[in-house]
Structure formats: C-alpha cells, structure tokens
Ligand binder design. Structure first.
Ligand SMILES: [Zn+2]
Length: 676
C-alpha cells in the first residue's frame, strides 16, 4: 500500500497539493492524525507550567493544527468543486467529528484560563496592534463558543455544534442531489427563442450527460437562468422554474424541510445558552452592523423604493406581453423573458448581440490587468502542474519586482459534482510569523462551457467579484494565519469583492477587453453606450429578489420558537408581511438557501451583501470623483484594505481609505432607486 500523501512534505511546484496522488481514502486517516496532533499541541499549551505569555499561548495556538488545516482545506475544496460519492461519505462522517474537535479546543477550560488571564492584562503586554487584536479575537471567539458557561451547558454547546455540522452537510448534499436528478431534454421545437449561445451550452451539457447530439437544460444557474430569459415556450419556462425553485423541497430522503426546522431550533438554543434572545441577536453582535436592527434598517431603506421601481418595471413587462397576445398576469417564470424583451425594445440591446463581446478568456485577462494597474501584481499562466481537474488553470502571481506573491487557480466551468454558485477559497493562506508563506487561492465559477465560452454581463461581474475575493487572499500581508486575507467580519468580506466589480463595467475596461469572439473587433461605441445606459434597468426586480431573501433570513433567525417552523408556510407569511410582489420569486427559497443552511457562515448574515454595497458604491465613487478609476493614491489606500486582513477594525480601515464614513447615496444611485 502506498504512502498517504498528507503525511509527506510536498515537493510539488509551489507546494501545491499532489492532486494526482490524493484519493478519497487518504482523508479519514489524515483527518484522524491531524486532530490527534492538534489536541496534543493544545494540551501542551493548556497544561504548560510556564506563566501564560502571548508567545507561549496565542502564538503557540496559531502554530497548532498544521496538518489538520492542510487536510481540511484540500478536502473542503475538492468536496465543493469536484465531489463524488466517496468524498460525500467522508464529509458526512467527518463534519460532526471536526465540529466536536473544534469545540474541544474552544471549550478547553485550562486553555481559556490562560487566554482570559492574558486578556485581562492585555494593556500591559506591550503588544503590537495586530497582536492585541488577535488576542481580543481569540478571547471573544472562546466566549462566543461558550467558554464562560458551566460544564453541562458547555457539553450541550458542543453536542449542538456536532449535530449542526451534520445537518449543514446533509442540506448541501440534498441540494446537489436535486440538481443532478433533474434535466430538461429539449426536442427540436422546444428550442424556440433560444439564441445560438444557449443552444451551444445546452448541447455541451447534453454531451457531458451522455446525451450527445441533444440539448439539455440543467438547474445550474448558468443554464436555467438564460433559458428562463429566452425560451419562448411558456410551459417549459414554468416547468424549469418550478424545478429550480423546488430544489430541496421533495418528500423523501433528500427533503430539506425537516433539516431547516432542526437547524434553526439548535441555533436558537445555542444563542439562548449564551444569553441572547435570538440567533440573529447573537450573530449580529459580532459584525460591523452590530445589531439585527441596524441590518434591518438598511434593508428597509431600499425595500420600499425597490418595490416601487419593480412595480413600474412590471407595468412595462405586462404591456409588452399584452401587445404580444399574452393576456395572463406576469408570473415569476415570465419575468426574465419579458424583461429581456423590454430591455431590447427600450435600449435596443439584444443579449445575443452583446454576448459575443464577453469572451471568458478576455474577461479573465481584463481582471488580471485591472489588478496589475491598481495593485502592481502580474499573473503568469503555469501549465503542466498537477491539478484536480483538466478545466482548472493556474497562474503565478508576481509583484512589480518579479517576486513571488502567490498562486491563483481558476476553476470556471459548471459540471456535475460541483456545488452551484461562485466562491473563492484557499489551499494555503498567507502568513509570515514563522517565515513567509505564500497563499494558494482558488476561484470557482459555474459558467456554461462553450467554444469559446461566452459570458453574460452578470457572469462577467461574478468573475470580477470572486476575483476581488481572490485578491483579498493574494494581497494579504498579515503576520498570523488566523488574520489572513478574507478572515474578516462577514459584513465586511464582500467589500473587497464587490468594489472590484466596478472595474468590469468601467468603459476603459469594456473598450479594451470586450472584443467580438469571431472578429476580435472591440465593442462598438454605440452598443457600449446602450449597454451602460441599461445598467440599472430591472434593478427593481434584482433589489426585490435579493432584499426579500435577506429579510427572510433575519426573520428565520429572529423567530422565538423555530422548532415549530414550517419553512414553506413561514416563507409565505414573511412574504405577505413584507408585501412581496407575486410576480417576483425570492432569490433563494429556504430549501435551497445554502448561504443559510449548508453552513453557518451567512446565517443571519445574507444582508451582508447590501451592507458591503453601501461601502463599495461609496468607495468606488471616490475614484469617480478623482476623475480616474486607476487613481494611484486611492489604489494604494485600497490595497491597504486588501493587505490588512483582520488586523484592524473594518470601519477604521474604511475611514483610512475614504477619509470619511460611508454614505448610502451612491448605492441608491447605482441601483436607480429614488433617493427618499
Ligand atoms: Zn462574495
């Protein structure tokens, strides 16, 4: 039997995981040994007879769990982007064990005594600012995990975390199951209305599913959304929409409804044990927003203007539908279709005319070059590296002096076995306290592959968004790993990603990189003008579908008795209460709202996108005010935010960049919402 690669030093280029040798059966023993090693390290810190110091306690903790971190990162990445039955089984087996392991550390009483003692005399320790924040952060994390509770409550906190880890894993696997289980195979006359790029993507999807020569629509957003936008077949749109919005909501072994109830009840119980009335109150306490009320206030500032704008949009859609002989009321599966036609009529924009100008490779180049101009880093493709899938591309990142900064992996295409959506993650985080360690960052997207792959305007924005997160990981210059890159508060983490989106739609970028896939000609000026003029078209719809989901999230997590919740009925009640327009569907329905239930990261935190948008719209406005979207001084100050990770308070970082607190006006203007 050959060696387990996790137990060796990796001599691969850039220290990449040796993907070609890693097999699912390597993970269980590597997880086991990783946990055992870290527990021994933690025991040694906790039981040390030396008086606690920053070095022998906090820094020693930062140094612990190296093997476990390495295994977990490889596993989490592969299980998200290239999973299979064997990995899914490992995920189910190890999610509760890893949660229990984490709780054994944060509920270790002897360890907490040392941290609490250091924390109590932190002012006298002569720590640097990043060290002080790290100590405060560790102390807070322990307290928020239950370190101040009695033994029975601590045991209960731990048991709940274990169970939640299992439930989160099952929730995500159930969604993936429903996405794999459904496909719409189109016959010749089912293709009505579909432009060439959708037919090509549907042919490619068919090929991957062993249906060569056919056309298949799947429940990946990149497949079903364009279908809903262009298919002239109302019956098929309805069928696809219903399948898409019913993911996770089917009787049987993959039903997410009972999971939601149990997850919410357990979260509420943890919050109560920690002295909070609701899980929302608990979660928001440790954010930039500070309270559910503050997050709710921001959402309600956009909600009514968004609904008014959406109502005006619906009027236009309905009028066009009627003119075309469709006399029924606009339904959720009609909205994208008629919106596209109104857009075409009003702005003379045809998605099929626009799309050839958004070639994936060109837009990737645009993202790289934007990072070069703003932050002085360059991207050089590396071929021949051992990666985990042939679609993944690797780039070495270097600074202006040619020094190695990190490695960037780009995994852009939808495939079965890949979670839906788009995300950034890492195989190794930057740190420097025991010598310089360069980051290995990955971006995942779910674009429909084509020859060449063509993006929509929204896809291109998503590409830039994830790349903004990627830069947050790559440009990190922190000393300690737990402060590295994106390890910031949840409602700040979307700032570096969302502000980067603004450079995608900058005319400078589009003129240079939006080139026709066949002729190589730049996008015609008048098409560019129409495209930018249409930017806030349909923003009523987009704001309503998002804000409703964010409000639903806060309501779920503020419910006083979540064990009684029937997810579908609760969703209906909330939608009624907030006056959700019937013809707009909420962006994520509960049974496939993975932000909330496939993990705890965005639970009571989906508002974070809008929170960060206040910052990114206001922040990008600084560049517009300067009259140069590549203004060097502003870019240097922005780079400081990407470099800082969690070493400083986010509002302090923002103030240092902008010179004043954020204002909401730029967001309202960008979304075309009337300032009230
Ligand atoms: Zn993001």
């Amino acid at each position: 039997m050959d060696e387990n690669p996790f137990f060796e030093n990796w001599t691969t280029p850039f220290g990449l995981p040796p993907f070609d040798r890693i097999r699912p059966e390597h993970f269980p023993p590597a997880f086991d040994r990783g946990m055992t090693e870290q527990l021994a390290e933690i025991e040694a810190i906790a039981e040390s007879t030396e008086a606690p110091s920053f070095a022998n306690t906090v820094e020693a903790m930062e140094r612990s769990g190296r093997l476990l971190g390495r295994v977990s990162r490889v596993f989490d990445n592969l299980d998200s982007s290239n999973t299979n039955d064997a990995l899914e089984k490992v995920a189910r087996d190890y999610a509760p064990k890893l949660a229990q392991h984490h709780m054994r550390i944060v509920l270790n009483a002897a360890l907490f005594r040392r941290i609490a003692e250091l924390h109590a005399r932190r002012a006298a320790l002569e720590l640097a600012a990043d060290q002080l924040r790290l100590l405060e952060r560790h102390h807070l994390d322990f307290v928020r995990s239950g370190a101040l509770l009695g033994p029975d409550e601590r045991a209960r906190m731990s048991a709940i975390s274990e169970r939640l880890a299992t439930l989160h894993t099952l929730f995500g696997q159930n969604v993936l199951h429903d996405e794999k289980a459904w496909q719409l195979v189109l016959a010749e006359d089912d293709l009505a209305g579909l432009p060439e790029f959708i037919r090509a993507a549907a042919a490619q999807a068919a090929k991957e599913r062993g249906l060569d020569g056919r056309h298949v629509i799947t429940l990946a957003r990149s497949s079903v959304e364009p279908f809903l936008t262009f298919s002239a077949r109302r019956d098929l749109r309805q069928a696809a929409y219903e399948a898409w919005t019913r993911r996770g909501e089917h009787e049987g072994p993959h039903d997410n409804r009972p999971l939601i109830r149990e997850i919410l009840a357990l979260r509420a119980e943890q919050a109560r044990l920690l002295g909070y009335d609701t899980y929302a109150a608990y979660r928001l306490d440790d954010t930039m927003a500070k309270s559910a009320a503050a997050a709710g206030r921001l959402l309600s500032q956009v909600w009514e203007p968004a609904k008014r704008k959406a109502a005006a949009e619906r009027g236009e859609l309905q009028a066009l539908a009627r003119a075309e002989g469709m006399n029924a009321a606009i339904e959720p599966w009609d909205w994208r279709y008629y919106a596209e036609r109104v857009r075409k009529q009003k702005y003379d924009i045809d998605e099929a005319e626009v799309k050839p100008y958004f070639v994936l490779d060109n837009m990737v180049r645009a993202a790289f070059d934007t990072a070069s101009r703003l932050f002085g880093v360059n991207f050089v493709e590396k071929t021949g590296l051992p990666l985990y899938h042939p679609d993944v591309r690797a780039y070495e990142v270097r600074d202006a002096a040619g020094r190695h900064v990190g490695l960037f992996l780009h995994d852009n295409f939808a495939r079965s076995g890949k979670q839906s959506g788009a995300w950034m993650s890492s195989y190794r985080d930057q740190e420097s306290f025991d010598g310089d360690i360069a980051p290995i960052i990955v971006n995942n997207n779910n674009f429909a592959k084509g020859e060449p792959t063509l993006l929509s305007f929204d896809d291109a924005e998503t590409l830039f968004h994830e790349f903004g997160h990627g830069l947050h990981g790559l440009l990190s210059r922190t000393r300690y790993p737990s402060q590295s890159g994106t390890a910031v508060r949840r409602d700040f983490v979307e700032f570096p990603s969302q502000i980067f989106e603004h450079w995608m739609s900058a005319p400078e970028t589009l003129r240079a990189y939006a080139r026709h896939s066949e002729t190589g000609q730049p996008i015609p000026e008048d098409l560019l003008r129409r495209l930018l003029a249409a930017r806030n078209f349909n923003q009523g719809f987009a704001t309503v579908e998002y804000t409703a989901a964010a409000l639903l999230d806060l309501e779920f997590h503020a419910h006083p008795a979540p064990e009684t919740i029937d997810a579908a009925r609760f969703e209906r009640e909330v939608m009624e209460k907030i006056g959700m327009p019937a013809e707009i569907g909420v962006r994520h329905r509960p049974t496939h709202f993975q932000h909330l239930f496939a993990g705890g990261g965005y639970a009571a935190g989906y508002y974070a996108y809008l929170w960060a948008e206040v910052l990114d719209a206001d922040g990008f406005a600084a560049f517009l005010e300067a009259g140069d979207v590549f203004d060097a001084d502003l870019a240097a100050r922005l780079k400081d935010i990407y470099a800082a990770g969690d070493t400083r308070d986010p509002m302090e970082l923002y103030l240092a960049f902008r010179g004043r607190p954020p204002r909401i006006e730029a967001l309202l203007k960008d979304r075309g919402l009337p300032v009230g």
